[in-house]
Design a protein around this ligand. Structure first.
Ligand code: MLT
Length: 408
């Protein structure tokens, strides 16, 4: 008899964003005449930058000719792209990352979900609350937690992010082995300073722990003093892996491309306490389970690093940041308090005593606006909603007017 992975039974029935999509679809089928504006899942709405489209076309044309056609590429990504990523995203900010420490992939969600495979079953894991659900759910699937009780999985060290600590996780009181951090944060939109990040790097070094640093929203940082990468912090190369994505940076949610940085200095430990290269482990996994991102997509991404590409990508991100400004202004005028939205596309709004899902349902039914209920990101998200700035200016303006009307 083929038996199911019993740990899946501990999960909530469906993934947060699938759950929301179902509710929205049900609303739409009951109200076919109502136009719904989606400020829920962080999915981009604007076309790829022109430079990327040109790169993409060139890549496709090369595939059309036997002389330039390419079959399997290197699993880790083509050198032309890995070298540019290292130079522009890291070396230019003083972070000493080499091209062969970059693993190009089809998404940061997959990478940060898959990375936990490299670790022992009985490690202690610290996860912020609220949190992007992938970090938690993938460890539940892997059997690293107990059951879900009172809104939490047993065995996880939750790092509460609340109004009291400005939604910033604090160092765990008990020793942990693996720490998930995400800045600019999803879902709260908060950022971390270099000094704040240094505390985590120092903690990881002192405790032989590892940080999985999700920097998928790095392109939204406009504040000069904020770190864009954990490798801007001294010593981080020994204790941190960083995930980046072109989804939000360059509009690749549908085109798919991301990368993970695994520095060669980064070590984990075997049963005997001997050092094991994390780079070698991830490389082994990557080559076994992944055949690389398609050549035309990598050519499209390469163009992000051209002079025009850099200008266009910046303009694209600024467009969404202006939407975020409008959301902040409008929610503020309506008397709500919030964080995020200045170096982030997400605005984390305090529902003033409303239950997250009730607030979500009310905005959907009365305003036809989709947000994300904070409780879907964890216990500490209860009472909040997340509003995403990913939509057209016109729709964001309309959504804000409708919300104001619905709350009258
Ligand atoms: C989100 O809305 O949190 C993100 O779009 C989800 C993702 O990037 O997978």
């Amino acid at each position: 008899m083929i038996r199911a992975n019993r740990h899946y039974a501990k999960l909530k029935a469906s993934y947060l964003f699938s759950d929301i999509a179902k509710r929205v679809a049900a609303y739409q089928s009951e109200n076919p005449d109502k136009e719904v504006i989606r400020l829920g899942i962080g999915d981009v709405t604007r076309a790829l930058p022109h430079a990327c489209i040109e790169g993409f076309h060139k890549g496709v044309d090369e595939m059309a000719d036997d002389a330039t056609f390419r079959g399997y590429g290197p699993e880790q990504g083509y050198d032309f792209l890995r070298e540019k990523i290292a130079k522009f995203d890291f070396n230019s900010r003083g972070a000493d990352i080499a091209g062969d420490e970059i693993f190009v992939s089809d998404g940061a969600k997959c990478d940060c979900g898959n990375f936990q495979e490299l670790f022992a079953q009985d490690i202690k894991i610290a996860i912020p609350d609220p949190v992007y659900p992938v970090y938690l759910d993938t460890n539940v699937m892997a059997g690293r937690t107990g059951i879900f009780e009172d809104g939490r999985y047993q065995g996880i060290v939750y790092l509460d992010c609340t109004r009291e600590n400005n939604f910033l996780p604090e160092l765990p009181k008990e020793p942990v082995d693996l720490i998930y951090l995400c800045f600019p944060n999803n879902p709260t939109g908060t950022t971390i300073t270099k000094a704040g990040l240094k505390e985590w790097v120092d903690y990881a070094r002192a405790n032989k722990a590892l940080i999985l640093f999700d920097a998928a929203y790095e392109a939204f940082i406009r504040d000069e003093d904020l770190p864009h990468s954990i490798y801007e912090i001294e010593g981080a190369k020994e204790v941190a892996v960083e995930f980046r994505s072109f989804s939000k940076t360059a509009g690749f949610t549908g085109t798919r491309c991301a990368y993970t940085v695994v520095p060669k200095e980064c070590m984990v430990y075997d049963e005997a306490g001997e050092k094991v290269s994390l780079h070698a482990l991830w490389n082994r996994r990557h080559c076994t389970k992944f055949n690389g991102v398609s050549y035309p997509v990598q050519k499209a991404v390469e163009a992000v690093y051209s002079q025009e590409g850099q200008i266009q990508v910046k303009a694209l991100v600024s467009y969404y940041l202006k939407n975020a400004d409008l959301i902040r202004l409008s929610m503020g005028e309506l008397g709500f308090t919030f964080v995020g939205g200045d170096n982030s596309p997400y605005i984390w709004v305090d529902g003033q005593g409303r239950d997250s899902w009730e607030f979500f349902d009310m905005l959907l039914s009365k305003a036809g606006v989709v947000c994300t209920p904070g409780a879907g990101f964890g216990k500490c998200g209860q009472g909040y909603i997340r509003i995403s700035a990913f939509n057209s200016r016109e729709n964001v303006e309309k959504a804000m007017m409708r919300i104001a009307e619905a709350l009258k």
